[in-house]
Design a protein around this ligand. Structure first.
Ligand code: KIV
Length: 275
């Protein structure tokens, strides 16, 4: 068996994640680069090459400006080092909301050029038909309901969803339709706890929560948020590190040493061979 084939066998895939419904919670994080994916791989079941890369890495104000080429480049980087976790690549805004045939061509390109095992789409009402179309043609799909970051201009900002009334019923219906269309898991973002639990009970595939309480079958966070790389994070993020402080301290130390000619020292330079 070739090394590549062996790798495929031991890596988590869509059916493994789907089978975790109601079991041990599914551990997911975002990954955009090869070194970070290598670090996360042993701890996570699923790595999402999220279109949040636009905001986190490229400094965009939202995810609307993210392109297919950006997603492919970051997907390739993650796939080079993630060996065990399932890798899912986000379809960017404008690449899947129109005709299902166009969505298929773009999703197939992402899968061929990155080697990732699945794609994710934000499942508004019209996207359900596309999920069905993609799954029937061999593309595993993860859905995404509740706060949909790509709808930022329609919503007028990033706002928690489904606190009551029609919106709550609409999100529940979208989650059910997404699962019925064949999604292997559904990200539930920025919804009140009661709705997250209701969705989790109503659908047969795992719900992966972000800002959606512990009432989901798994959790995902933006890695850079939970590592403390930013000076602000949303309410639902728990900071498990202080990378911002650590990086600032390390860079200040380097700058001081360079200015004082303490770096490089004898241990960090090459010497000519004696004789
Ligand atoms: O793009 C992303 O990082 C996401 C997660 C927040 C679920 O969609």
């Amino acid at each position: 068996m070739s090394a590549q084939r062996q790798e495929m066998v031991r890596r988590f895939a869509a059916p493994d994640i789907a089978a975790r419904k109601g079991g041990v919670p599914v551990v997911c994080l975002t990954a955009y680069t090869a070194p970070m994916a290598e670090l996360l791989d042993e701890h996570c079941d699923l790595l999402l090459v999220g279109d949040s890369v636009g905001m986190v890495v490229h400094g965009l104000p939202n995810t609307v400006g993210v392109t297919l080429e950006m997603m492919i480049l970051h997907g390739q980087a993650v796939m080079r080092t993630a060996k065990r976790a399932m890798v899912v690549v986000d379809m960017p805004f404008g690449s899947y909301e129109g005709a299902p045939e166009v969505a298929y061509a773009n999703a197939a390109r992402v899968m061929k050029e990155t080697g990732a095992q699945a794609i994710k789409v934000e499942s508004g009402p019209t996207v359900v038909e596309t999920i069905d179309y993609l799954v029937k043609r061999g593309i595993p799909v993860m859905g995404h309901v509740g706060l949909r970051p790509q709808a930022v201009h329609v919503d007028g900002g990033f706002k928690a969803k489904g606190k009551g009334g029609d919106e709550r019923a609409r999100i529940l219906a979208e989650a059910k339709a997404t699962a019925e269309a064949g999604a292997f898991a559904v990200v539930v973002e920025g919804v009140a706890e009661g709705l997250a639990r209701e969705i989790t009970e109503a659908i047969t595939v795992p719900t992966i929560g972000i800002g959606a309480s512990a009432g989901c079958d798994g959790q995902i966070l933006v890695t850079d948020d939970m590592l403390g790389l930013f000076d602000w994070t949303p309410k639902f993020v728990r900071r498990y590190g202080d990378l911002r402080g650590e990086i600032s301290k390390a860079v200040a130390g380097y700058a001081d040493d360079v200015r004082a000619r303490r770096f490089p020292g004898p241990a960090e330079i090459y010497f000519a061979k004696a004789g």
